[in-house]
Design a protein around this ligand. Sequence first.
Ligand code: OOB
Length: 539
Amino acid sequence: MITEPSVQPDVVRFAADRAQRYIDAGLWKGLSLATCFDSWAGAYGPRRAVIDADGELTYSRLASRVRATAAGFAERGIEPGDRVVVHLPNTVGFVVVLFALFECGAVPVLTLPAHRTREIVHLAALSEATAYVTVDVDGGFDYRDLAREVMSSVPSISTVVIDGSPAEFTALDEVRSAERTFDRVDSREVAVLLVSGGTTGLPKLIPRTHDDYEYNARASAEVCALEADDVYLGVLPAAHNFPLACPGILGALGAGATVVLTRDPSPDHTFGLIEKHGVTVTALVPALTQLWCEATEWEVADLSTLRLLQVGGAKLSSEVAKLVYPSLGCTLQQVFGMAEGLLNYTRLDDPEDLLITTQGRPLSDFDEVRVVDETGHDVASGETGELLTRGPYTINGYYRAAEHNRTAFTSDGFYRSGDQVRRLDSGHLIVTGRLKDVIVRGGENVAADALEDLLLTHPNVSRVAVVGVPDRDLGESVCAVVAPRGTPPGLPELRSFLINAGTARSALPDRIEIRSSFPMTAVGKVDKKTLIAEIGSRS
Ligand code: OOB
């Protein structure tokens, strides 16, 4: 028998007929992000492009820094197609490095500041990156120590660049050479490798092309009505899809707006920035949203310029959603997105009940969304099922992951999101849970999210995470981890509260843990895996 050699492509491309439809419809423009950036710089030259704690750059100044840095990268051996691990906090340096890599045709691997040796070594090795760009010290952590570990464990890395004091490495400020021209990159090639957001196992890499990512940012900017007078505040880590391209930094720069970047998401710092720079739009995860809303009670700052608060990354409870307008005075936009592609937005003129209770509807008319049961059949409208999707900016496979792609995608190219949703007749989606966020207690399935939603309506519960902890008799027991508001509630009280709300006895929490804070993932979602490990290690 002759066996085919196993060819494992790095990237699964868009099917030709779909690609042609996206081009014909004018969604994909056939431009690389470097070409786009050039035209933005040409159109908006003297306007302010980016601002951080150390200063600001106009579009023209940013463009010359980008061109000089791109030339410097090339002089240090970075070639078109090379992968470069970018591990930077929210600074102007991040924006310069990102566009300089686009300019010289390299592919940034966008890691988050909270990632540590385990993730960075894995991502650098998987992508066979040739360079690692990071910062000296941030948030009390010395990234140069991490750079040493990356250098010694990943043989492909030959260059380390540090934004700040470089120690034995190269300073970003020195990576500048006389400008030169680079060949234009094909817009169907990979522009960035994003990191998957899962909280289990090691992250995967998500290849986003120039065509799809540019459309992602431009269409998002349209939905948010971003214009040149807008000021976008980047609070979440800039390397995450949400603040990077939904519409985020790329959408704002494409619209000629100003981007303000901060490393400190706390209200006492960010409220001052909103007032100082006249911020109009920003994006937060639910936990920060709640903190910001509460902080308006004691922080005195003029937030009147803020017109839009985007919230996404995890389910926003309707309790917190209701607080946004009264406390911050701006429109709430729920965003249900994924680095893999599909974005859902509530629209600026949606009625209030949709803004508060739904996670939005697909960005593009070309997004295909299916809601299916366990057998893969479409459920009736309004029923819960798993969301499957494909479309003009959704990947067709993870990077270098042929094995995993076989189960993560259907045979006709739909991405299996693992998210459980309900679709309303308006097309708006309500996220009801994660397929995997189910606790199996004594053989019965308990949906953690459903319990969390109910518990949040208890007056003494400020925040809650329901997790399954290993249990000798039940397999898993249900633990409600509660950050209290006022007097901490007791277990009997919470159980009778849930019974009154119609919860089955088999799904009641077996225990309660009172905590003031939760462990968070790199972008600020509750990190249930760590929470379970912490609880497990104490029981
Ligand atoms: C965003 O992207 P990722 O890749 O970090 O995480 C994606 C996952 C989704 O599959 C879903 O499980 C969850 O995060 N998620 C939400 C949500 N937004 C994301 N779950 C409930 N409600 C929401 N609003 O998190 C992301 C990417 C782009 C824009 C916004 C968020």
